[in-house]
Ligand binder design. Structure first.
Ligand SMILES: C[S@@+](CC[C@H](N)C(=O)[O-])C[C@H]1O[C@@H](n2cnc3c(N)ncnc32)[C@H](O)[C@@H]1O
Length: 199
């Protein structure tokens, strides 16, 4: 029953379906480019993304997480909906993610343990066909957009989680601010997913 135990707990079933469908589209409509997930947590969604790459000899999955839980919130993250998602929450180990991939007999992704802010250019793929940005907080989403957009392949797709989530208002603020200065990008919202593509 391991597929049920490992079902994503941070993303709803509908969101997971939407996410995978856009990831497949991105893979089909790009010539090159890897997959990336900023904020992989236990690797539940990562596992499903890696399954999409099983027939690809060239594309890789890149995972990023502090593996020290959430960083401190910014003022933009303050929410009337409550004070959940505190600093240090969602703390898991990189080992746990590696073991999960091994259990499922899947190729290991490239896993970087770092705060997004500390990532170096060599820590990132040259081209990104599809990225899932799930860092929950304003600063985390903003930096992951900043790192992802210049590497986005032609016809690539970025999905940001928690766009409509009243408990995590920083996500939408980061997306809206970013898009207001990047007019070449367009936004579509499904559930709490912000789907970003080139115009
Ligand atoms: C909601 S969880 C991700 C869930 C995962 N995408 C899934 O679908 O199962 C958010 C993760 O983002 C990580 N995170 C948030 N901000 C970060 C930052 N600035 N740098 C590194 N990791 C960060 C946290 O450690 C946490 O594991």
């Amino acid at each position: 029953m391991k597929s049920i135990a490992d079902a994503p707990e941070q993303v709803t079933k509908t969101e997971t379906e939407i996410l995978l469908s856009f990831a497949k589209t991105a893979l089909a409509q790009t010539q090159t480019g890897d997959l990336a997930e900023f904020g992989c947590y236990r690797g539940d969604t990562s596992l499903l993304l890696q399954k999409l790459l099983q027939n690809s000899a060239t594309r890789r999955l890149w995972l990023y997480d502090s593996f020290a839980g959430l960083p401190e919130k910014s003022p933009e993250d303050r929410s009337a909906a409550g004070d959940a998602f505190k600093q240090g929450e969602l703390n898991v180990t990189k080992r746990e993610v590696i073991e999960k991939f091994k259990r499922h007999n899947l190729r290991l992704p490239i896993i970087k343990k770092a705060f997004f802010e500390d990532l170096q250019p060599t820590d990132l793929p040259e081209k990104i066909a599809f990225a899932f940005l799930d860092g929950d907080l304003y600063a985390s989403i903003k930096i992951s957009l900043k790192l992802t957009i210049p590497r986005l392949a032609e016809n690539g797709i970025i999905i940001v989680h928690d766009y409509n989530n009243p408990e995590l208002p920083g996500s939408a603020k980061a997306v809206d601010e970013f898009l207001s200065t990047h007019r070449n990008l367009k936004l579509e919202v499904r559930e709490t997913l912000a789907i970003i593509r080139q115009n």
